[in-house]
Design a protein. Sequence first.
Length: 73
Amino acid sequence: MAEATLSTKNQIVIPREAREALRLRAGDRILVVVRGERVIVLQKPKSPHAAIRGLARGVYSRGHLRKERQSWD
């Protein structure tokens, strides 16, 4: 855990350990998610396609799709 201070311009510096964990570099975009009283900082994916690639892996097998398609006839 690291501490950050809010400046008079409402800016914070992301602590080094957090930047290193997210592999952030100057100019990178981040996402800030507010969940109630918590704030989550995430690295914005450089490619939306890469971010969702493999998301449904293992959800459907070829046999399942074949069976589903045959039920349409």
